[in-house]
Write a protein that binds this ligand. Structure first.
Ligand code: ZN
Length: 150
């Protein structure tokens, strides 16, 4: 288990140091901002929707390794997914990091499973889920910013 944990930490650090899809998207037709006042994390998610499909996704932000790597991994997982598939993945991810949802299979989450250890650190749960809450707001087409404290 400790080897696995080390591997997970390496993936998280890699995405923190070299975030994927980290850019402002000029052609975005949806975007939302989120922040986590507890930790100071900020995320902006950009989407280019083609009907119900996420054609392109990118983000910008600043904050801790957990929030930024969670955003980076989220963008790699969601490109080409439908809105419904994205919301489903959000639910599974949320269940995993909060330790809720008995029997949730981390394998269904693919690389997102690297965040399974977060459930042991309640203060970090908001960091890991911030990008997803922000994504949700963008998918819903809400323009106001979201906060983990609201
Ligand atoms: Zn954080």
């Amino acid at each position: 288990m400790s080897d696995l944990r080390e591997l997970y930490q390496q993936v998280i650090l890699d995405h923190y140091k070299r975030p994927r899809n980290f850019q402002k998207m000029e052609c975005a037709n949806r975007h939302a901002e989120g922040h986590n006042p507890l930790c100071g994390d900020e995320i902006t998610v950009y989407l280019q929707m083609d009907g119900d499909v996420i054609k392109e996704i990118s983000f910008q932000g600043a904050g801790c390794a957990i929030s930024q790597s969670a955003a980076s991994l989220m963008t790699t997982a969601l490109k080409g997914k439908t809105k419904a598939e994205a919301e489903e993945l959000f639910k599974k991810f949320h269940d995993m990091v909060t330790g809720e949802g008995n029997g949730a299979d981390p394998m269904e989450l693919g690389k997102l499973a690297v965040f399974c250890g977060v459930s042991e650190f309640p203060v970090r749960v908001k960091c890991a889920s911030l990008p997803w809450h922000t994504l949700h707001a963008a998918l819903e087409g809400k323009d106001e910013s979201v906060s983990t404290e609201s």
